[in-house]
Design a protein around this ligand. Structure first.
Ligand SMILES: [Zn+2]
Length: 220
């Protein structure tokens, strides 16, 4: 089975370009280890790469991605929990100072939940996984007169808040948050527009971040 040519080409471009500029940084990170201050919990969606959106260098972001950027509630039941393991490493070992839950528009996971989509396999893993956002859907309420797009957008944003709420169910993390040692943030990326909004914890609204150069006349 051939390794995908796209990846070989991509690695060639990386090694001739970015790696040349960042080789020292990679060596330093290998010697000293990583110490990112920011953990991002994002969706696996190929259009929503945190490193691209936040223009991150190697070693800057500790990233966890899964379907629909979901954090399940704390469940110390002896079973394997991927999100909890990443959180444990990010908070207890790396001592990240910020945790950002990054949601996005046109999220296929959220849409599958909203449309009660047919299982994609006998295991219905997405169905079981997405049921974790049921509390978010309860808060949004029935679709009513809202358009499908408006309703999905509300669900996607409520799903970010639900993940933030679930982070507070981890007892040690909760203590660190209450002491101000770790700060939680919600963010939302508009895939088509490229707009980024950040959750204002007081109002509960996502507020757009002003883009560099937005509204400024072209310089040349
Ligand atoms: Zn998604």
């Amino acid at each position: 089975m051939a390794f995908p040519q796209r990846l070989i080409d991509g690695y060639s471009a990386f090694s001739a370009g970015r790696l040349q500029k960042e080789q020292d940084r990679y060596r330093d990170l290998a010697d000293r280890g990583q110490s990112p201050e920011i953990m991002v919990i994002g969706c696996s969606d190929s259009r929503v790469s945190p490193e691209v959106i936040f223009d991150a260098k190697p070693g800057e972001l500790f990233v966890l991605r899964n379907v629909a950027n979901i954090v399940p509630p704390y469940a110390p039941d002896g079973q394997a929990h991927g999100v909890s393991a990443a959180l444990e490493f990010g908070v207890a070992a790396l001592k990240v100072k910020h945790i950002v839950v990054l949601g996005h528009a046109q999220c296929g996971g959220v849409r599958a939940f909203a449309e009660d989509a047919e299982p994609l396999s006998p295991g219905d893993f997405i169905g079981h996984w997405m049921r974790l956002m049921a509390p978010a859907a309860d808060k949004v309420g029935p679709r009513g007169p809202r358009s499908a797009a408006e309703y999905l957008s509300r669900l996607e944003q409520a799903n970010v808040v639900n993940s933030l709420d679930n982070l507070m169910t981890f007892p040690r993390l909760r203590k660190q948050i209450e002491r101000g040692q770790v700060i939680l943030h919600g963010a939302f990326f508009g895939v088509a527009t490229g707009d980024l909004s950040v959750l204002d914890q007081e109002s509960g609204e996502f507020k757009p971040i002003e883009r560099a150069g937005a509204g400024a006349p072209p310089r040349f």
